[in-house]
Write a protein that binds this ligand. Sequence first.
Ligand SMILES: Cc1cc2nc3c(=O)[nH]c(=O)nc-3n(C[C@H](O)[C@H](O)[C@H](O)COP(=O)(O)OP(=O)(O)OC[C@H]3O[C@@H](n4cnc5c(N)ncnc54)[C@H](O)[C@@H]3O)c2cc1C
Length: 163
Amino acid sequence: MRNRGTIGGSLANNDPAACYPAAALASGATIVTNAREIKADDYFDGLFTTALEEGEIVTQVRLPVPEVANYQKFVQPASRFALVGVFVAKYADGVRVAVTGASEDGVFRWSEAEAALSANFSGDALEGLSVDADGMMADIHGSKAYRAHLIGVLTKRAVAAAA
Ligand SMILES: Cc1cc2nc3c(=O)[nH]c(=O)nc-3n(C[C@H](O)[C@H](O)[C@H](O)COP(=O)(O)OP(=O)(O)OC[C@H]3O[C@@H](n4cnc5c(N)ncnc54)[C@H](O)[C@@H]3O)c2cc1C
């Protein structure tokens, strides 16, 4: 399934636990369709929802090349989807952090971590930062608090791996 799935299909589907949306959002990608170009910041619109209009087809995805980047995924053991996934990308003008698998609103940018890491790209910069468990998803695999905690852990791991 993973080998046959396409990046366009994944971004169009916008599954809340999919990996590609985190990569696209953290990279500041541009999603190109048969009708227009959409910035990743304007593209993801909640669970399984995007800015795509009826009949609009993703034809290209442009991903700016970061100085360093890393994706850390805590796998849901049955499906191997992301229970939580964090993509960190460092560019000359700042760091972007996108989280998948966690929020009831789908993939999102963790702006507090971005500000801290843009000033100091090290795990130490994340000390004391946390994501509010309200608004996180909960299921048999993980509670809201568990997912919120994982975001901090995986972001630190991503920074360590990238650095
Ligand atoms: C067991 C399992 C494990 C998986 N694990 C992961 C995982 O770990 N991480 C992960 O990210 N994903 C995972 N997936 C999801 C898999 O990656 C997706 O099925 C795939 O990315 C979807 O791409 P597709 O090309 O198959 O799209 P399809 O399933 O064919 O299409 C999905 C939707 O998007 C629409 N669509 C397809 N292509 C386009 C396009 N170019 N433009 C506009 N609309 C389009 C279709 O009409 C449909 O509505 C898993 C799936 C399964 C079944």
